[in-house]
Design a protein around this ligand. Structure first.
Ligand code: SAM
Length: 235
């Protein structure tokens, strides 16, 4: 049995009761980085064998699958949030499914859902692009194509590249494009920046140092008719 276990994105108290229960019950915890996971396990006084899985090493994946085929139970975790969402894990899940191993995916923290919920925009439909490719041409094309779907677009970005990425969004969609930038969600310095992309670039450029983790949400233009609430198929 393979459990996919989301872990906090900044505040250790955000771990779910079920995540703790599963971490306590499994034979092994498969980690992106064992040291990072050990901090979480130690905080909750969980003593459990850990092993690193390497998404880019097929032997590492095979070893994990063999373990599961041998009847062991494992929890798959990443450094933060939900494994496989802009994080390693999907290859292991795919191989486990192919090998007939039961996979259970636990709900829990993920920066994309957390940011969208606090953005104050429709969460009915959106496009999540995660981290964009480094090549500006490729990234701009993805942004333009996603925005053409007429739904908000959500991106992940690091503090080192966030101003550059906002610049690319301004160049691709225009300086007036409305955005919501969520920084350090669930942490002490949680911050929400709202405005058009040109203004947000100036705000961040005025800082001595840009720090923290970022979710960028490209909203729809202000003059666009507001989306009707989705019909509820149950009524
Ligand atoms: N698997 C994770 C999830 O479910 O959200 C995402 C992991 S990805 C390697 C890390 C990126 O997620 C960061 O660069 C940032 O864009 C976003 N992120 C993670 N934690 C965040 C936080 N506390 N506040 C804002 N963004 C965060």
């Amino acid at each position: 049995m393979l459990y996919i276990v989301p872990t906090p994105i900044g505040n250790l108290q955000d771990v779910t009761l079920r995540a703790l229960e599963v971490l306590k019950s499994v034979d092994i915890v498969l980690c992106e980085d064992t040291r990072r996971t050990q901090v979480l396990l130690s905080h909750f006084a969980i003593s459990k064998p850990t092993a690193r899985y390497n998404e880019n090493d097929l032997r590492s994946i095979s070893r994990c699958v063999e373990l599961l085929k041998g009847g062991k139970t494992a929890a798959l975790v990443s450094d933060c949030g939900t494994p496989c969402i802009s994080d390693p894990g999907w290859r292991l899940v795919k191989e486990a499914v192919s090998a007939g191993i039961k996979v259970s995916s636990l709900p829990g923290p993920s920066a994309v859902a957390c940011a969208l919920a606090g953005a104050g925009i429709t969460g009915g439909a959106f496009t999540f692009l995660g981290f964009l490719p480094r090549k500006p041409g490729k990234a701009a094309k993805l942004i333009a194509n996603a925005y053409a779907l007429s739904v908000p677009v959500v991106l992940y970005e690091s503090p080192y590249r966030v101003i550059k990425m906002l610049g690319l969004i301004a160049k691709t969609l225009g300086e007036d494009t409305p955005m919501i930038v969520a920084r350090e969600l669930s942490k002490v310095y949680e911050e929400w920046l709202r405005g058009n992309v040109g203004e947000l670039i100036k705000t961040l450029q005025a800082r001595a140092k840009v720090q923290g983790e970022f979710v960028l949400i490209i909203d729809r233009p202000a003059n666009e008719p507001e989306e009707e609430d989705e019909p509820n198929p149950y009524f």
